[in-house]
Design a protein around this ligand. Structure first.
Ligand code: ADP
Ligand code: MG
Length: 320
């Protein structure tokens, strides 16, 4: 597991007090992590950033499908055989995911992994037709059975696999900001891949958060001023390969088991990063019309979509 730490310190002076913005990057959960905090003491800032990185490592050990000893791997090995008792944190996230499946008519579905785990995007590997035809039958959140009293998870189909890749980073961004608050930090930014949350403002002005152009990583499609808020972006550019003129990417339609091509990028803006993350994946699957309909009836959540023709769409409140 890579764990690169780079601290950058920007010194500012205000009223005799020397206070600083401190930022750092790391590579955890298979993605880029970026943290910025404001603290009057450099030691507090560095401790705060380390706390966030430790939190990301903790969630990775719990939820990674690539770590054999993770709780998620254990569920995938055993839940079709017998109910598996899991941590409350894992139980709550799976329960939230199943709730999102119901609200999105199955567009968000963590059992997508029944097919999803047959892909290796880095090595351009996709499932063979026979494999695919069998696995696709196992995609359905209704195969997941949760017992809140026992905090146990069971599957009623032998081929079901789950993966929290569409929601775990949003979750860790939420828990990280809570930890920073607990340390007395009042201004911070935490980014894990496409999921960003802001604590407070950038001292007197909003944070400026860019949404990248899905076809050019050095260009921003939109820049938004945000404070005390969060934003998640799902795109078809994070994990993909091209073969025979087709783009195979990591967001799958649970109905077909195949990559969705209606849009290039979806950003959701709202207070809870976990929901932004799940909703951005769901809206990516739903497409412009059904996706906007869902967000326009979800109070406190807004959407920006770039469709397959690179046209931008904004939810009701953002248009105003
Ligand atoms: P990232 O920040 O990694 O780009 P996204 O929020 O865009 O993540 O979600 C993509 C990830 O979600 C995929 O890598 C996969 O793990 C998971 N995923 C793919 N399709 C679905 C789906 N239909 N429902 C739930 N999760 C999905
Ligand atoms: Mg997501």
């Amino acid at each position: 597991m890579k764990f690169n730490l780079v601290f950058a310190v920007c010194v500012l002076f205000s009223n005799h007090v020397q206070a600083k913005w401190t930022s750092a990057n790391a590579s955890i959960m298979g993605t880029n992590i970026h943290v910025e905090v404001w603290a009057e003491e450099a030691s507090l800032a560095e401790n705060a950033i380390q706390t966030v990185f430790d939190e990301m490592q903790r969630i990775n050990q719990l939820m990674s499908p690539y770590i054999e000893s993770s709780e998620l791997s254990k569920i995938n090995r055993l839940a079709a055989l017998k109910p598996v008792i899991v941590s409350e944190e894992m139980f709550n996230l799976i329960e939230l995911s199943v709730g999102l499946s119901m609200e999105t008519e199955g567009a968000f579905d963590i059992t997508f992994a029944s097919v999803g785990f047959l892909y290796n995007y880095q090595e351009k590997i996709k499932p063979k037709t026979v494999q695919f035809n069998q696995a696709v039958k196992a995609i359905d959140y209704r195969h997941i059975h949760l017992n809140p009293k026992k905090t146990s998870v069971a599957f009623d189909h032998p081929d079901v696999k789950i993966d929290l890749g569409g929601i775990a980073k949003g979750h860790v961004v939420d828990t990280s900001i809570e930890l920073l608050k607990g340390l007395g930090i009042q201004h911070a930014l935490v980014t894990a891949g496409g999921d960003t949350k802001l604590l407070g403002d950038r001292r007197g002005r909003p944070w400026m958060v860019g949404i990248r152009d899905p076809r050019n990583k050095d260009k921003q499609a939109v820049t938004l001023p945000l404070s005390d808020n969060a934003i998640s972006t799902s795109g078809d550019y994070e994990r993909y390969f091209e073969q025979d003129g087709e783009r195979y990417h990591h967001i799958l339609s649970p109905k077909t088991g195949k990559s969705v091509h209606e849009v290039q990028s979806v950003s959701i803006i709202g207070k809870r990063s976990t929901l932004n993350d799940g909703l951005s994946t769901a809206v990516f699957v739903l497409g412009v019309q059904a996706g906007m309909d869902l967000i326009n009836k979800t109070p406190g959540y807004e959407a920006i979509i770039m469709d397959k023709h690179r046209k931008m769409h904004y939810s009701k409140e953002l248009k105003r």
